[in-house]
Design a binder for this molecule. Sequence first.
Ligand code: AMP
Ligand code: GLY
Length: 426
Amino acid sequence: MKILLLGAGGREHALAWKLAQSKQTEKIYVTSGANAGLLEVCEEIGIKALEGAKLAEFAKENKVGLVVIGPEAPLCAGVAEELRKSGLAVVGPDLKGSRLEGSKIFAKKFMRKYGIPTADFRIFSDPALAKDYVSSIGGRCVVKADGLAAGKGVFVCFSEKEALEAVKATLEDKEFGAAGSEILIEEFLEGEEASILALTDGKTIVPLESAQDHKRVFDNDRGPNTGGMGAYSPAPVVTEEILETVRRDILLPTLKGIREEGMDYRGVIYAGLMIGPKGVNVLEYNVRFGDPETQAVLPRLKNDLAEVFQAVEQGRLGDVRLEWDERAAVCVIMAAPGYPGKYPKGLPITGLEEARALPDTYVFQAGTVRSGGELLTNGGRVLGVTALGATIGEACRAAYEGVGKISFPDAHYRRDIAYRALKNRK
Ligand code: AMP
Ligand code: GLY
């Protein structure tokens, strides 16, 4: 079977790496802009992930048996739906399903309707009303732009001043354009975060092993939010008991909502959780694999991913039993200096082969390009180094051993990935 993969980053490299191991996979095509790691396993087709009509034409002409969509942008633009209409087999939700990520307000209303636990919220489009509300609750809250804002539209506010600034940035200064013309003001929830990614074919919902990412750029969760500076799996905060709660109170009601709303949802649903004194609450949905959670979770999956995806697409997920490597995985992201702000490109990378040669160590490329014989940085998040180990501590040591083999000028990485899991174990 020929597969077409949409996307260009580290998550997609992990997906392609895993798909390439399947006996079913004859060839993997990838959309334009793919990093150097992807190009080792895929053939680039020179069509962008958002160009639905061209992708459909290409996929039909080349007898593509399965389309896998990595990022949210094509999903939220309706590309899955468009490809399906031309008869292609696609892993990824339709436009309506994708709104669970594309509109935070839509997601909140969905959660309220189906009784899925989430922080209390109010919706505003008038800045004066939003400011009055913020003042009335004393400031501590979370302000969120409704639409896609590349992870930047969320303001966790600790004071009235911060909350008023967040309202100004979104509703008055329109920093996020139309994505911020409506906002949510949410109750602040305490606790520890974890991610549960689940597969669904619209009939069955099957969680993957738990994971946790690190969103802040610096150690001890300081500095601005990024796409993710590292991840580990499993997340010890997700005990058997918590997982049972997640199944009963979150995943099954989510599936019920998907069905009752008439979504064609064949793909991944990702619930970002806050686990704390108020129980297990959903902070957000994503409608795709997480980046870098995928780089930590997929190396633990024993199943043939191409077969699993076919089952998702054909509505046979109920027949699939996922099997997992008992070992833990830790992924450390190496980023360009300055990320998530401005950063240079074209820095030469060395040592990747040495890192890859270590046992149970995988280097997933995110922002890289090959030029001449050289591997160069080409993005903010450059590489994800994942290692497996008997415990999270051992996986962590192994991942950092891999990181230690690789260098590029002023490479930045956090030195405390998985610290919460290690602390919890003690
Ligand atoms: P989101 O994109 O909605 O997941 O928000 C990004 C980050 O903001 C989350 O990973 C949390 O760290 C934080 N956050 C979002 N909503 C809340 C909330 N209601 N209470 C506390 N922290 C939150
Ligand atoms: N790592 C968070 C995300 O993929 O949205």
